[in-house]
Design a protein around this ligand. Structure first.
Ligand code: ZN
Length: 244
């Protein structure tokens, strides 16, 4: 029996993906918006078309919830850590900007112990944020590629490709064609959290929804997934530092 389906619709002119779940306990239709996405819960025996009707009926409320979620994350993005400290692989890391006199070569970021040094040509200090972000994206790409290779082999799945993005409200996603996308900001999280997100998206290649079957699969390959989820929930703001 199918307990979960994925659907796509439009509300207020924007495409919307949502998940429909049938529950034994639900007495009426329920709509929820979380960082995992939009979920409609239906009492057992209700037709899927009812979910679509319910979404359209509540599109104004839903639009407001989605905007609220985005505003919360935008606010988190603008909150900088004290001084010039960012998280890198879960560890607070001092960022030092060095403007080199007469430096002709391109900007450079290097890791030295627990520090990140951003070397810039003289007078290019304002480029620091962009240079740092690009360097961290590259680190993220390396680490995510490595983690995907390792876990995909263990889980016997083969993703079609990997994209590194800055998704506003998500850490990762899995397209219906089997391409995985990850947020470069995961390089700031502890390695186990990055690994959890990788296992989560790889598990979607086998189970495309968040049913019990899905979580069983995740826990089989990443038993401490609850802790990782909690870490992301609590520390999302720290992964959106003001880099400038
Ligand atoms: Zn998921």
């Amino acid at each position: 029996m199918v307990n979960h389906i994925q659907c796509t619709t439009h509300i207020q002119g924007s495409p919307l993906q949502y998940e429909v779940k049938w529950s034994e306990r639900a007495r009426r239709l329920r709509l929820s918006v979380t960082i995992d996405g939009v979920l409609v819960t239906l009492p057992r025996g209700t037709a899927a078309a009812e979910a679509e009707r319910f979404i359209q009926q509540n599109s104004a409320w839903l639009g407001e919830q989605l905007r609220k979620l985005e505003r919360r994350q935008a606010k988190a993005r603008s909150q900088s850590l004290p001084g010039d400290v960012i998280l890198l692989r879960g560890k607070p890391t001092q960022v030092r900007v060095i403007e080199e006199e007469g430096r002709r070569v391109q900007a450079l970021v290097r890791e030295t112990g627990s520090r990140l040094e951003v070397l810039l040509p003289e007078g290019a200090g304002s480029k620091k944020g962009k240079v740092l972000e690009n360097a961290m994206r590259e680190m993220a790409r390396d680490e995510l590629n490595r983690a995907v290779t390792t876990h995909a082999r263990a889980m016997r799945v083969s993703p079609k490709g990997i994209n590194i993005r800055d998704q506003r409200t998500r850490w990762g996603s899995c397209s219906t064609r089997g391409t995985l996308s990850f947020n470069w900001r995961l390089v700031m999280a502890p390695p186990e959290v990055l690994n959890y997100v990788v296992v989560h998206e790889l598990a979607h290649l086998r189970v495309p929804n968040h049913s019990r079957e899905f979580w069983n699969l995740v826990s089989q390959y990443f038993p401490a997934y609850k802790e990782a989820r909690l870490w992301l929930k609590r520390n999302a703001a720290r992964l959106h530092p003001n880099l400038n």
